[in-house]
Design a protein around this ligand. Sequence first.
Ligand SMILES: *[C@@H]1O[C@H](CO)[C@@H](O)[C@H](O)[C@H]1NC(C)=O
Ligand SMILES: *[C@@H]1O[C@H](CO)[C@@H](O)[C@H](O)[C@H]1NC(C)=O
Length: 446
Amino acid sequence: MKNIAAILPFTALAAGSALQPRASSVTPITVKGNAFFQGNNRFYIRGVDYQPGGSSDVADPIADTNGCKRDIEYFKQLGLNAIRVYTVDNTADHDECMNALADAGIYLILDVNTPKYSINRADPNPSYNAVYLQSVFATVDKFQGYSNTLAFFSGNEVINDPPSSAAAPYVKAVTRDIRQYIRNRGYRTIPVGYSAADVAENRLEMAEYMNCGSDDERSDFFAFNDYSWCDPSSFTVSGWDQKVKNFTGYGLPIFLSEYGCNINTRKFEEVASLYSTDMTAVYSGGLVYEYSQEPSNYGLVEISGSSVSTRPDFDALQTALSGTQSPSGDGGYNSTGGASGCPSYSEPNWLVKDDSLPAIPDGAKAFMTKGAGTGPGLAGTGSQNAGGASTGTASAGSGQASKTGSSSSSTGSNAAGVLRASEISLAPLVCAGFVVLSSLFGASLL
Ligand SMILES: *[C@@H]1O[C@H](CO)[C@@H](O)[C@H](O)[C@H]1NC(C)=O
Ligand SMILES: *[C@@H]1O[C@H](CO)[C@@H](O)[C@H](O)[C@H]1NC(C)=O
């Protein structure tokens, strides 16, 4: 007994320190007007898309601690402050990787969908169900506690041509539900938005749609994938000047969730444009597609087993980023922000009949008060035909946070549900009591 007693405290200590890695922290990113902020400073996303193995080999790269720590060294060489991950296992432990990323000053932008738990653009209604939302909310639960979780993507390229615009109400409903879940659970106000495909026929409609209607139905930002700058090119030749013009006055932050056309040799000359005042009044940076070399040939590095070798594209991006400072000051952002008008139905490019959204599926309502519980991970049986789909139409305001009774969260989380997107930046900066006041003040201005 004596020996065991002497050993136990030591063992417990060792196990304790292994189980509870030091929680690293960075200043959480907030939204103000049409820009992101890190404290009082404008924040531009300088990132890459990170999914080694690609979409065919669905693996969670930030549950792979060794791979994550290995790759952070390359992220640092590139001077990145963000990565986007498309698929995670919501049963896995991400503490070590997330803390190592935070130590390096790197934030995570996370897609909440997985191949088996996602909206089916061809037949969206059955796929918008409680089993699906349980997985989505379980992912939010896993990542809400990290200060370096920058944002959640509610969907990626669900609308990828004019006909699939009919699925847009489902993308918007999922966005609403995630935002409501975050507020009801008393979590930090983590921005939620959609990553759109660059569909010329309805790009602007999609952006306006995600930012129209009542505040509970609007997004916190809008992102799209853009491969239209193919070196050698320019701000005008690429058409980026026209996009800046068309998005001027849009009331939410916009960034490129994928960029880096690979038709010709990549010099990443678009980097100089993206972080110049040509664009920063409207854009907040972007994410280069993509870190690892996959069959589509966009890689910055080649991963072989556990070793990494850089490709010429890595050097080109490193040169471009290191030679490009962000503008000083606020980059000319629009501090007002605000809602867009809803686009009107217009065949054949925009097939959304009116502004109403599907109601949250009945079976998912309880998650708002009780939490989602353990997620299905990547090995689950999938949700698209799980039953329990949404049956009704939501009324405006249905996505507002409601009181969660005995929840330990502050009243601030409840109030945050009615904050306008342009005001949510206040929430993390001030105490909960002031949030309530600012929310009431904001509401009186509506
Ligand atoms: C900008 O808007 C105009 C007018 O709606 C449209 O014709 C044009 O295609 C848009 N350009 C881009 C690059 O989005
Ligand atoms: C700023 O945003 C508001 C709301 O979206 C808009 O009405 C206004 O035109 C914008 N100002 C500029 C200079 O873009």
